[in-house]
Design a protein around this ligand. Structure first.
Ligand code: ATP
Ligand code: MG
Length: 398
């Protein structure tokens, strides 16, 4: 079956009261942005519903895959349209639809007719039983089951008639652009791309910051982070990635502070710098991929120490997840294979054998005093030399 029209179902937007139109507008725009590369399409809002029309040839699988990346969509329904609002025409279209889609398959079904066009002379109940009768006649292998049908055959009578029975699951969430912007601390690992995806799913635009430590980390490690940002941007829309040269700060910490505190102190400076960049770029929050107890720097004590430097909210959507749960999401969103590429990370190079797992804030602060005469300049230098890369999914090399 070749479809030219899709009914786009959305859930939570419907509950936004007077802001509903704003949400719908953003969703329509997001759909347009996503499908633009796949052909000519138009998006129209009719009777509080969103329809996507194909105006040119397109690849069905690619389109569905792309629509499944648009936050705010809960269901994608390929539909056929009957323009003549008369029972005989509807009946014929329904029968040819069912025959083409289900053929002689032995499936149970239920007709679910809805009528907003009150000029139409039949009630929904009459439609259900009449159409059900004709379907049974045309497809002898199909049976009616009104309680748990395999196939819900929807027939909506409006100014034209919409017929559909497939509802393909969408990503859910809220359309990106309805909830401000946040700064993701994006490393080359598994967790932070997942964290970015999850916050973006709630309608939040993303920027990202990566702390690079050349020459201790390679160009390939950096490229991996750019690629991860590109993959995530397939969902969130383009991501401005701020690449900070963190080498001199790391060297200073390494030289002056107790080695078992390296990671915590480094983390605190990362958060400070990320917050500065976030403020300058109108971001309202930071996002990290931290998860309680995953490593020494993510115990409750460590998280409290890291958090202490920030005044912005820090979102940690992986905080209560097991590693496997995070891995499952990273596989689903296609970041996993890139995340596990074995390039070194700045944290793995300057790492202590026995890092503190219960850092005490006062002690950490005292250690940081040893950096007092250099750190302001180093931070300023790091901020002044940020490289910005615009990460877009289109630029991903296959
Ligand atoms: P990930 O898989 O996201 O790297 P992880 O389990 O390796 O996480 P850590 O290395 O302890 O954990 O990092 C915790 C969080 O700190 C990361 O999820 C990320 O948000 C941030 N982070 C760590 N290293 C960097 C970096 N080099 N640049 C930017 N953010 C970083
Ligand atoms: Mg990491």
């Amino acid at each position: 079956m070749k479809y030219n029209t899709f009914l786009i179902k959305y859930a939570e937007i419907g509950t936004k009261g007077r802001n509903r139109y704003k949400f719908e507008d953003v969703l329509c725009q997001q759909i347009k942005n996503h499908v633009a590369r796949l052909g000519e399409f138009s998006v129209r809002r009719e009777y509080g519903r969103i329809f996507l029309y194909a105006e040119s040839d397109y690849d069905y699988e690619d389109l569905i895959k792309e629509l499944q990346k648009v936050f705010g969509i809960v269901g994608i329904c390929p539909i056929v349209i009957e323009e003549t609002v008369e029972f005989e025409a509807i009946r014929d279209k329904v029968i040819s639809y069912v025959q083409e889609v289900y053929g002689d398959k032995a499936v149970t079904f239920k007709v679910n007719a809805r009528r907003t066009n009150k000029a139409f002379p039949m009630s929904s109940m009459e439609m259900n039983s009449e159409l059900g009768h004709f379907v049974l006649e045309a497809c002898p292998n199909m049976k009616v089951d009104v309680h748990k049908p395999d196939v819900m055959l929807n027939v909506e009578v409006r100014s034209q008639v919409y017929i559909y029975s497939h509802v393909i699951k969408g990503a859910g969430g809220l359309p990106v652009g309805t909830n401000g912007k946040a700064m993701l601390l994006l490393s080359g690992g598994i967790d932070s791309p997942v964290a970015g995806y999850m916050i973006s799913k709630r309608g939040v635009e993303l920027e990202a910051v990566y702390f690079n430590a050349p020459p201790y980390t390679s160009e390939r490690a950096k490229q991996k982070v750019v690629d991860l940002a590109r993959i995530v941007s397939g969902y969130s829309g383009k991501i401005r990635l701020h690449i900070v040269n963190f080498t001199d700060i790391q060297l200073a910490i390494y030289e002056k502070c107790p080695h078992e505190e390296l990671t915590i102190i480094m983390r605190r400076y990362m958060m400070k710098i990320a917050e500065e960049i976030a403020k300058k770029n109108d971001c309202l929050a930071l996002i990290t991929g931290e998860s309680i107890g995953q490593v020494a720097s993510q115990t409750m004590h460590s998280l409290a120490c890291t958090n202490e430097v920030c005044t912005m909210p820090v979102f940690r959507p992986c905080i209560g997840m097991d590693k496997q749960e995070i891995v499952d999401i990273s596989e689903m969103i296609d970041t996993y294979e890139t995340s596990i590429l074995p390039y070194e990370d700045c944290c793995t190079i300057f790492v202590a054998k026995h890092p503190v797992t219960k850092p005490i804030l006062e002690i950490i602060k005292r250690s940081e005093e040893k950096l007092a005469d250099v750190i302001d300049d180093l931070m300023q230098q790091a901020l002044d030399t940020v490289e910005v890369v615009e990460a877009k999914v289109e630029d991903l090399q296959a």
